[in-house]
Design a protein around this ligand. Structure first.
Ligand SMILES: Cc1cc2nc3c(=O)[nH]c(=O)nc-3n(C[C@H](O)[C@H](O)[C@H](O)COP(=O)(O)O)c2cc1C
Length: 170
């Protein structure tokens, strides 16, 4: 599978089979995610792996959708802004950008392994902080279930390329 095929294959999966994710497959996905670039190579990220039912149920409180619990695993990507690179001139902090690149690598690595993910940002940050017992300074960035997709998912819907590509000038 070349990169464009992999990018097309990765879709948001909102229904999972209960089949477990083998530890070696999970490990490979995490290792691939960790090859992501980050500003000044600060790697200001953490990934919390939620396996058991009580832990996943606690996180479900922060994102109460039935399908979310169907996956055998939930991954929570957190960032640490104080550890991230900050641009001196205007104070722009790269933590969220770095977290997004990590998530992109993670979701593509999962797709390569035949597993589904769904990038979730519409969680309650306060409830997620509590569920994960996050220390001060660690910010919940994104959740994703990880598991075998229950079906083929929705086809991708995108704007026409001509609507977003500007040739020479806007
Ligand atoms: C930053 C971000 C936040 C998202 N948050 C949610 C979410 O909270 N719940 C959800 O079901 N999907 C969420 N999604 C998934 C998008 O809805 C999805 O990527 C988009 O509809 C395109 O579909 P595709 O991923 O299948 O290509 C999010 C995606 C991104 C990149």
């Amino acid at each position: 599978m070349d990169f464009s095929e992999l990018a097309a294959k990765r879709i948001s999966v909102r229904g999972y089979r209960p089949d477990p994710v083998p530890e070696d497959v999970l490990r490979r996905i995490l290792e691939t995610a960790h090859t992501a670039p980050s500003a000044a190579n600060r790697q200001p990220w953490h990934i919390v792996v939620l396996r058991d039912e009580p832990a996943r149920r606690a996180v479900h409180e922060a994102y109460p959708r039935d399908w979310f619990l169907s996956a055998p695993l939930i991954l929570a990507v957190c960032v640490e802004p104080a550890a991230a690179w900050t641009r001196a001139e205007d104070g722009w902090n790269a933590a969220d950008c770095d977290g997004a690149i990590l998530m992109t690598h993670l979701t593509l690595a999962a797709a390569e392994a035949g597993l589904g993910t769904c990038w979730i940002a519409a969680f309650s940050p306060a409830k997620l902080r509590a569920a994960l017992a996050l220390p001060d300074g660690i910010v919940p960035f994104a959740l994703t279930p990880l598991g075998v997709p229950a079906d083929g998912g929705r086809p991708k819907q995108r704007k026409p390329l001509a609507d977003i590509v500007h040739d020479g000038r806007w």
